[in-house]
Design a protein around this ligand. Structure first.
Ligand code: FAD
Length: 353
């Protein structure tokens, strides 16, 4: 029996799942159509362990962050490339209440790994910080470096195919699946929001959440780390910035919108004392695959155990994918279980597919 696993999609989800499976000795083939609809290729790649609105840790942060650090460090070594960077996220408080919440949390040992109360003179010089600000320890993965480098690695192992996967060509057999002549024991959909178009997965509550992002230069801004006034401005290693992101639910394809661009610029300006000169290098847009309960979706189809899914990363692919790719891989190679809270079986399939 052929023990190959086909993964559709080389975004964050597909890449990290492929990596974990290969580490466990599995034969993997990743199919991607050249990032045509990739959210990962255009995402800022940040991680942030804190939810601003309620000032609490983001879901499973204490599990996800060690896994994130370990996995991307391993990948930097494997690919011989630098793409993981720590960044301080400086959040402007929108009110006295949120400032008070922060100052209480910073003294709480449950948060001490993530929060800091430290002066940021460069920010004070330019920001409208009426209610003050707080610092959070985060970072980013430079995805335009990581994704192509990982693709090259897959190619060097004969484990990558640039192609458009068409479900019509998928045959289910007694031993697994065959797609375009490639036999496999399992096939796993990690193709982002496009998974919603699959006859096997269209019943899942995955929403398309459109987001615009700007890549800019701003010579008169000297902000390091991440400036956040309700939207973020990320200072990249080369001195340019990424700025985002908008949230739209009626734009169903990843096409940049003029309205989104204006929203981003207006919001940034509202956080600064003086309007900066912005040189827009490029506007990007992507679709976040968002599950109804904002948790990843993984596991195998109830009626077709050879067909799997790794999806639903929403706004937090960078943090979620390393931990849950490891868990998914272990369920296949060590026969451990997928947690109920992320298992695809938590959603009922009322269709026959
Ligand atoms: C503007 C914006 C900013 C964001 N910033 C962040 C951030 O800072 N931090 C963070 O954690 N998350 C961020 N996100 C969310 C993040 O992008 C997603 O969580 C993540 O990229 C989802 O990854 P994925 O691998 O599931 O899907 P994708 O990245 O969409 O990957 C799917 C891949 O499958 C390919 N594909 C699709 N269909 C087919 C097919 N039929 N045949 C072959 N290939 C196919 C696609 O081209 C793509 O390469 C952001 C999203 C947006 C839109």
């Amino acid at each position: 029996m052929n023990s190959r696993i086909i993964i559709i999609g080389q975004g964050i989800a597909g890449s990290l799942l492929a990596y974990e499976l290969m580490k466990s000795g599995r034969n993997v083939m990743v199919i991607d159509n050249g990032y045509k609809t990739s959210a990962s290729r255009i995402a800022a790649g940040m991680w942030n362990p804190i939810l601003f609105k309620k000032l609490k840790k983001s879901w499973r942060a204490d599990d996800l962050l060690p896994s994130l650090q370990r996995t991307y460090t391993e990948l930097e070594e494997l690919l011989d490339k630098k793409f993981m960077y720590d960044r301080e996220i400086v959040r402007l408080f929108p009110s006295n209440d949120s400032a008070n919440d922060f100052h209480l949390a910073v003294k709480d040992e449950r948060y001490s790994d993530y929060l800091e109360d430290k002066p940021q003179p460069e920010l004070e010089a330019v920001a409208n910080d009426e209610f003050g600000y707080g610092t959070i320890k985060g970072g980013y993965i430079e995805l335009p470096v990581f994704l192509p480098a990982f693709r090259k690695f897959l190619e060097s192992r004969d484990s990558f195919l640039e192609a458009d996967f068409n479900e019509k060509d998928l045959e289910i057999t007694a031993f697994g699946v065959i797609w375009n002549g490639y036999e496999a024991q399992k096939i796993i959909y990690a193709n982002g929001y496009k998974t919603t178009e699959s006859k096997f997965w269209s019943y899942l509550p995955i929403t398309r959440t459109h987001g615009n992002m700007l890549h800019i230069k701003a010579e008169d801004l000297n902000l390091k780390g991440v400036f956040n006034n309700g939207q973020w401005l990320l200072n990249l290693e080369d001195g340019s910035y990424k700025m985002g992101a908008t949230f739209e639910w009626d734009l169903l394809e990843p096409t940049p919108s003029e309205e989104g661009k204006q929203k981003l610029i207006t919001k940034l300006e509202s956080g600064l004392k003086k309007k900066p000169e912005l040189d827009i290098i490029k506007q990007h847009a992507g679709i976040r695959p968002t599950s109804a309960d904002h948790r990843p979706i993984m596991g195998f189809h109830a009626n077709h155990p050879e067909i799997g899914i790794f999806n639903g990363m929403g706004t937090k692919g960078i943090m979620l994918a390393p931990f849950f790719a490891r868990q998914f891989s272990a369920s296949l190679t060590e026969k451990s279980v997928i947690e109920d809270v992320v298992n695809v079986n938590r959603f009922r399939n009322k269709t026959k597919g």
